[in-house]
Design a binder for this molecule. Structure first.
Ligand code: FAD
Length: 447
């Protein structure tokens, strides 16, 4: 099919944000009696779900220390719940199972979840937490746990299935998805700062509005737009950190234990909530009994019929390569550099065995296929959802974003002229204003 020469709303990236923005825009145009066909296109250099959205674990949770993140996640959970079957979403809930150093933060999260009406249960104290977990799993044996936050909403979805369902949904609304077309830069007219066309390997496409939803490739688009590579960041105490790299990469380590997913059903034979455990209890190797770490560690996992096993991950690590030199392509499991390591496999399976007796001795069942991927993070590791120049919107989710299926709808409202309160805490100017999000005591850069 020929490439269009002009599209009113041009979206770059057929990941979760590009497609959900297209979804939101198409629905809104339709509701105003406007034509979608020919007016909204999504471009992708590779294909649908070729980026982070195609490798995401798929976890949907609300457990965030930052109030603005919790409100935004509650909005996204509503969208997931609007069509669970169609979006391949499993509303099994989510559990944050933590040791003492995280308890105060989790109490606060629980209290604020109550105040926004997000249903959850909080169990406090070592004995009560242990008893609660034993009600779900008779072989529960994790050490050092003193609280459990059980979110009754949330769960997980099956990334590629969801992505193809979203693509179908937007195409049915009249959106065109064009794959195999790479954006190389932007052009402006001399008279204004607005982007007049998107320059691709197949020629220029003029447009009225551009949405950049390029996931881990956002660094390159930031450069195309000549936005600053280094910025000053004012912290909550008013101290200004000068010349901070605008972007940094983290490697997400995830994998699959190739056992029947049913192995992790609850005592009642039900699918359990997604489980996330953080503890300071020493982690012993399930292979040779050596101590893997005596510092804080954490894992998350779920039985997953899409991955065909127990799927999950652990805390990511910072990519040490200078940000300009990080090779994002080939992405995910195809990367020769950024895939889950053998150390991860050893740690994660040992941690599963630390939590459940049923996983003792299961290291041989760990899959040996490449997995994981990198994420592009902002200076405070929280998203930037903002508008630049006169007609460019950037969705840079700082790798929080599979669960944020609602962001595209909010962005669509903003593009059509209605500022969204839920997006206000995620503007780029927050670094200059000293309005960064509060930092939790979780070992993850995204909690
Ligand atoms: C291993 C892993 C596990 C994760 N697990 C979870 C999870 O459980 N829950 C959660 O909420 N989040 C999770 N995330 C984060 C989540 O996957 C991402 O935040 C989200 O998918 C990003 O979506 P996106 O639409 O911004 O980008 P992407 O899905 O990366 O899509 C960007 C698209 O842009 C295209 N593109 C790039 N450059 C160009 C160009 N020049 N021209 C045209 N097209 C271009 C790419 O081909 C790609 O398809 C995980 C991430 C990783 C890596």
């Amino acid at each position: 099919m020929a490439k269009p020469t002009h599209v009113k709303y041009l979206i770059i990236g057929a990941g979760i944000h590009g497609l959900s923005t297209a979804w939101g825009l198409a629905e809104k145009l339709k509701s105003k009696g406007e034509i979608v066909e020919g007016n909204i296109a999504v471009l992708d250099k590779t294909g649908i779900a070729a980026g982070a959205s195609g490798v995401a674990c798929g976890v949907v949770r609300n457990n965030y220390y930052q109030p603005a993140m919790r409100k935004l996640m509650a909005h996204s959970v509503d969208i997931w719940e609007s069509d669970p079957e169609g979006l391949h979403y499993h509303p099994v809930g989510y559990m944050q199972i933590s040791s003492e150093s995280m308890r105060t933060d989790i109490v606060r999260i629980f209290e604020e979840q109550q105040s926004i009406g997000y249903e959850s249960k909080f169990i406090e104290g070592a004995e009560k937490s242990n008893r609660y977990m034993l009600e779900f799993f008779s072989d529960w044996q994790a050490q050092g746990i003193t609280s459990v936050l059980h979110e009754k909403k949330g769960g997980y979805s099956n990334q590629t299935k969801t992505m193809y369902a979203l693509a179908k949904k937007v195409e049915a609304l009249g959106v065109r998805i064009i794959t195999g077309i790479e954006v190389k830069g932007f052009s402006t007219n001399n008279s204004s700062e607005a982007i007049s066309s998107v320059d691709t390997n197949k020629g220029k496409i003029t447009c009225d509005h551009v949405v950049v939803a390029a996931g881990p490739w956002v660094r390159d688009f930031w450069d195309f737009l000549e936005l600053p590579k280094k910025i000053n960041v004012k912290d909550a105490e008013g101290y200004i950190h000068k010349n901070v790299d605008m972007w940094r990469y983290w490697q997400l380590e995830e994998g699959v234990l190739r056992v029947k997913p049913e192995v992790l059903l609850t005592n009642n034979g039900e699918i359990p909530p997604v489980l996330h455990v953080d503890t300071e209890a020493p982690l012993k190797s399930d292979v040779d009994g050596s101590i893997i770490t005596d510092e804080m560690w954490g894992i998350y996992y779920k039985p997953d019929w899409h991955f065909n096993g127990i799927q999950g991950g652990a805390a990511p690590y910072k990519v040490s390569t200078p940000v300009d030199q990080v090779s994002v392509d080939p992405y995910g499991p195809a990367s020769p550099e950024f895939i889950s390591s053998n150390d991860f496999a050893h740690m994660w399976v040992s941690a599963l065995a630390h939590c459940h007796k049923r996983f003792e001795g299961s290291m041989p069942q760990y899959h040996r296929n490449p997995s994981g991927g990198i994420g592009c993070f902002t200076p405070d590791s929280f998203p930037i959802f903002d508008h630049f120049y006169e007609n460019v919107t950037i969705i840079a989710d700082s790798n929080h974003g599979w669960k944020m299926i609602g962001v595209g709808h909010l962005i669509a409202d903003e593009i059509l002229g209605e500022t969204q309160e839920l997006l206000e805490p995620f503007r780029f100017a927050r670094y200059q204003k000293g309005e960064s999000h509060p930092v939790s005591s979780s070992p993850y850069p995204w909690s």
